[in-house]
Ligand binder design. Structure first.
Ligand code: GRF
Length: 206
């Protein structure tokens, strides 16, 4: 059965674009049915519109009293969805939403979690810390979302070696390439029902 996906993105949306494009290339039986964004002017929204993907702009300016994200949940429930993908989404997902989509929300983080995870570690901040600490390797992590920042069960993590004195912008480019690879791989595993849960840990069926 075709899997219906909702993507949440706030910015450039390169992970979002990559997933939409690879779904087509690989003929995956899945479709992004909705893009949720807090930012109506971001590239992710522009891309969605160009590709006839429905968009829903959701932020506290538009919905100042929706503390539990009930309106957002109601919107998502209009679609019978299988998976939510956070792709550079800068807002916290409510407990309400997480409860409703347990083990069905994925996030990508540009580090080898648990290193450089948690509040305050996002985007270039992560790569700057890797650089400042002279780390010899870094990477990206796809994990399921739980109620805290960047702590949910890890599905795929991949590392890369860094050369001496590689600058944060270069680190970011390399990690983003890795993100595109492992995020699509994760979506594919999910859509092909190749993830099984054991003791609250996701395992990959060969
Ligand atoms: C990525 O580095 C991702 O790991 C992080 O936000 C960034 C989003 O990039 N969560 P993009 O918008 O997908 O290009």
């Amino acid at each position: 059965m075709k899997k219906a996906i909702v993507v949440f993105a706030s910015g450039t949306g390169s992970n979002f674009k990559n997933i939409v494009e690879k779904i087509k290339i690989h003929n995956l039986d899945a479709e992004v049915v909705l893009l949720v964004s807090n930012n109506s002017n971001c590239n992710a929204v522009t891309f969605a519109k160009k590709n006839n993907i429905k968009t829903f702009i959701y932020n506290s300016k538009k919905y100042p009293n929706d503390f539990n994200q009930d309106i957002l949940l109601k919107k998502i429930k209009q679609y019978e969805i299988d998976l939510i993908i956070l792709a550079g989404y800068m807002k916290k997902i409510s407990k309400n939403l997480i409860k409703n989509y347990k083990n069905k929300i994925l996030n990508i983080h540009p580090s080898l979690l648990p290193k450089y995870g948690g509040k305050g570690f996002y985007g270039m901040k992560v790569h700057e810390a890797v650089y400042a600490n002279k780390d010899k390797k870094t990477g990206a992590t796809v994990h399921f979302v739980d109620e805290d920042y960047d702590t949910g069960p890890i599905l795929i993590q991949k590392e890369i070696n860094l050369k001496l004195d590689e600058k944060p912008s270069k680190i970011s480019d390399k990690v983003l390439e890795l993100e595109h690879e492992i995020y699509f791989k994760s979506v594919r595993l999910f859509c092909e029902d190749k993830i099984l849960w054991k003791n609250n840990k996701p395992l990959i069926k060969e």
